[in-house]
Write a protein that binds this ligand. Structure first.
Ligand code: MN
Length: 245
């Protein structure tokens, strides 16, 4: 609206009429900030998790959903985030995921361009109001209310890396020191370049976009007081404490 109004040309019309929000950004390992443009997520990208959610990994095409950029909760290196137990849910789940940060974009990317668009990697949590997701699924409604809530995307510092991650790179989560989720990048049904290629058929991808690449099996509920440690080999760690509202 502001940009449209600039065509009108008066100086006064160019002033923000409410305070403009700060750009969302994520810490970068070693220093600096990565500006976040959009947050894309792929669903059911590990076969064992697809089965635990009642899906069939052999037959399903991939599908995507989004979170708003300001759902991102950025951790500095070594920082423990405080995740407030969200509104309107009694069943909030953790999903540990590898996050890909894009430094380039475009539409209908080929495999080479998809690989070249990767700026770095981070550890993320796709926090999910599972009870609201179950209702949405039953009613054939969108997932936004289950996935796109405030603070629903805790993210570690981004590690600069352009090489593909080895297939045995482990994606794991403990809750209060007990193992809950574990898988390896090689278990992904759709590889990272494939995810980027697929997304670029639907969106003109851009620098600053984050992509959550799916979660391994073992998703489960969190409660206030829980301490989550998410780890990805060679990428980093993310510490989250769940606190009551
Ligand atoms: Mn997920």
């Amino acid at each position: 609206m502001i940009n449209e109004s600039r065509r009108g040309g008066t100086q006064a019309s160019e002033v923000f009429v409410i305070p403009a929000q700060q750009p969302v950004s994520v810490a970068v390992a070693g220093g600096g900030r990565f500006p976040v443009r959009r947050v894309f997520c792929i669903a059911r990208n590990y076969a064992a998790h697809a089965r635990e959610m009642g899906g069939n990994p052999e037959r399903e095409q991939p599908f995507f959903f989004c979170k708003p950029a300001d759902a991102v909760l950025s951790a500095a290196e070594g920082e423990s985030l405080r995740f407030r137990y969200p509104l309107a849910s009694q069943d909030v789940h953790h999903e540990v995921e590898l996050v890909v940060a894009l430094g380039a974009g475009g539409e209908n990317l080929d495999a080479q361009a998809a690989r070249a668009s990767i700026w770095g990697y981070a550890v993320g949590l796709d926090m999910t109001r599972r009870d609201l997701q179950a209702e949405a699924k039953a009613m054939a409604r969108p997932w936004d209310i289950a996935k796109a809530f405030d603070q629903s995307a805790p993210v570690s510092a981004i590690r600069r890396a352009t090489d593909p991650l080895p297939d045995d790179t482990r994606v794991a989560l403990t809750v209060n020191g007990k193992p809950r989720q574990s898988g390896v990048v090689g278990d992904m049904i759709w590889t990272i370049p494939e995810i980027i290629m697929l997304l670029s058929r639907y969106y003109c991808l851009a620098p600053g976009d984050l992509i959550f690449t799916g979660t391994p099996e073992g998703v489960g509920a969190v409660l206030p007081g829980d301490e989550l440690t998410a780890t990805i080999d060679g990428v980093g760690e993310l510490y989250v404490e769940v606190v009551a509202r």
